[in-house]
Design a protein around this ligand. Structure first.
Ligand SMILES: [Zn+2]
Length: 232
């Protein structure tokens, strides 16, 4: 693990305790073991497959059945290469900045970024839309990079609050701008498909910093998110 990989990007004046008040996340940083990347991906996949096979067998499933025999290997591959690939810093998108040649100093919004993540408490999907806004510090980032940053942090066992903070912290670091807003609307399968079985509720989280703490900018951002089909 790269220690403090995400925390170091959060400015010292961010009150994480305040932010996490009433939420279950223990930290803005994904809790990782110190030896998280000493094991290579192939070994991880082999071991996860063995353990997942054991779980299926304990549940009484017959792993000699053609339909089930490949499942442990498929799950292991999916965990390491896809849905949890954002745990590994080697997969972090490298963001290139471009000079803001047009002198565009207004708000830039990318809304409706679809993401799929997993609840770290139940390991079932959290999915939804992320909306991101920033005001350039003189350099801009490719829009696809914003999307990739969202996907990178989504591909971890997550809680929605931490996902929001991690995306905001990375954007601030990459853009060299304090003026960042992140809003996430998500569905939690652990709420809709089990437990209370509430299929309609959505969870919203937000992180605003810099100028986005001012009503004017915050409202402009939120109005844009809530206006269907609008263009800035
Ligand atoms: Zn859950």
């Amino acid at each position: 693990m790269k220690p403090k990989e995400t925390m170091s990007n959060i400015p010292p004046d961010t009150d994480i305790d305040d932010w996490m008040d009433d939420h279950l996340a223990s930290s803005a940083e994904t809790p990782m073991r110190a030896d998280a990347f000493e094991m290579d991906d192939d070994t991880k996949k082999k071991l996860i497959a063995e353990h997942f096979k054991a779980i299926m067998e304990i549940m009484g499933l017959d792993l000699t059945d053609d339909s089930l025999s490949g499942t442990p290997r498929r799950v292991a591959k999916m965990y390491v290469e896809e849905v949890f690939s954002g745990l590994n810093p080697k997969n972090k998108p490298k963001a290139r900045l471009f000079e803001n040649k047009f002198g565009y100093d207004q708000m830039l919004v990318e809304k409706d970024i679809t993401f799929y993540s997993h609840c770290e408490h139940h390991f079932v999907p959290i999915y939804g839309k992320a909306h991101v806004a920033y005001i350039s510090s003189g350099e801009v980032i490719g829009l696809s990079k914003i999307n990739r940053i969202v996907q990178y942090f989504a591909k971890r066992p997550q809680v929605q609050e931490r996902l929001t903070v991690q995306i905001a912290a990375e954007l601030k670091s990459v853009l060299k701008s304090e003026h960042v807003g992140v809003v996430i609307d998500a569905n939690h399968m652990c709420v809709s498909s089990r437990g209370v079985g509430d299929t309609n509720s959505k969870t919203g989280t937000a992180h605003f910093s810099g100028k986005f703490l001012e009503e004017k900018y915050k409202n402009e951002f939120l109005n844009y998110i809530n206006s269907p089909g609008s263009n800035l």
